[in-house]
Design a protein around this ligand. Structure first.
Ligand code: ADP
Ligand code: MG
Length: 313
């Protein structure tokens, strides 16, 4: 279960060394050029999975800080360990086909309740406690995510995104609220479908023409050797990233992430990042830190990408 601590409950979070008021002021002052460059920019952040176990409230407050600094953040979230915990509580055995979770009707009910209910609203409340207004949405609300069942029938109520209506997101952003998106959608008949949060976030980033797309996960970034955290690939262009998938360097849950970054770039997003969501303040570090000290992976558009939608604008 995700243990959200009340705002400011430092004891429940990994303790960080104190910094002096002078260092605090200096860090803020020295970040000014990077903050100014991002003011008014739209940033779509995906947060979930294993990374959500480590101090989720700290990451949520970092997203609140982006809003306070004049950016337009959108937070797309997964369920973390909470879905498994509730499936266990109601006695539903997890089922897998070829390593992929089967979302049967009973599982979908729990996913819908946990994601759109408890997790989504807890994030909204945590942001509110940090002094920033947020609004919880799902793919169902305002037809935000249009989805159809995936071809693999065995997976059950799993959907793929076929369209995005960003009206509700734009309205929330224009009203000064941070949209918090749970990735459940409805099909044409009104059935709930579970959507991969990486994919949903990328589709949303594309629809919003976001400036930055950030995936927060439980590894330092894209690794040349998944067992060696020191093998981080700091920067890669579209072509090289595609090759890493072909060569099998990128596997498992990292495949949808890299694929998503590529589709977001194609849809016109300027830069995409895969960062370590367990690392304290990694989001602020990636966005506002010096360019030569970035800790995650940046996937950027090929200089010669002539078929990108962005070139058609
Ligand atoms: P999330 O819950 O954040 O979506 P996933 O487990 O779906 O996380 O995907 C991240 C995982 O992908 C990592 O924990 C790692 O085990 C795996 N992975 C496979 N190949 C790579 C790679 N080349 N670099 C980094 N991680 C990789
Ligand atoms: Mg995943």
């Amino acid at each position: 279960e995700i243990k959200f601590a009340p705002s400011g409950d430092a004891a429940a979070e990994e303790a960080l060394p104190p910094i002096s008021p002078a260092d605090r002021a200096r860090a803020l002052a020295e970040s000014l050029p990077n903050i100014a460059a991002l003011t008014g920019r739209t940033v779509v952040i995906k947060y979930g999975g294993a990374a959500m176990v480590t101090s989720p409230e700290r990451t949520i407050r970092d997203v609140a800080a982006l809003h306070a600094l004049g950016l337009r953040p959108v937070l797309v979230h997964g369920g973390g360990p909470e879905i498994n915990s509730w499936l266990a509580k109601v006695g539903i055995e997890p089922k897998f086909v070829n390593g992929l979770r089967v979302t049967d009707a009973a599982t979908m009910e729990v996913v819908a309740m946990v994601l759109m209910g408890k997790v989504n609203k807890k994030i909204v409340a945590t942001m509110g406690a940090a002094g920033v207004g947020a609004v919880g949405l799902s793919g169902v609300d305002g037809g935000l995510l249009q989805a159809v069942k995936v071809e693999n029938e065995a997976l059950g109520f799993v959907g793929e995104v076929v369209g995005v209506d960003e009206t509700a997101l734009e309205a929330a952003l224009d009203a000064g609220l941070v949209p918090i998106v749970a990735t459940v959608a409805a099909d044409d008949d009104g059935n709930f479908l579970n959507i991969n949060a990486d994919t949903a976030a990328a589709a949303i980033a594309g629809a919003l023409d976001a400036d930055e797309f950030i995936l927060m996960t439980d590894v330092p970034g894209l690794l040349r050797d998944v067992k060696d955290p020191g093998s981080l690939i700091r920067e890669v262009d579209e072509e090289a990233a595609g090759k890493l998938i072909q060569d099998g360097v990128v596997a498992g849950g990292m495949v949808p992430k890299v694929t998503c970054c590529l589709s977001a770039l194609h849809a016109g997003v300027s830069a995409t990042h895969i960062i370590d969501g367990r690392r304290p303040h990694s989001l602020l570090e990636e966005l506002f830190g010096p360019a030569d000290a970035k800790q995650g992976t940046t996937i950027f558009r090929d200089a010669t990408d002539s078929d990108s939608d962005a070139d058609l604008d």
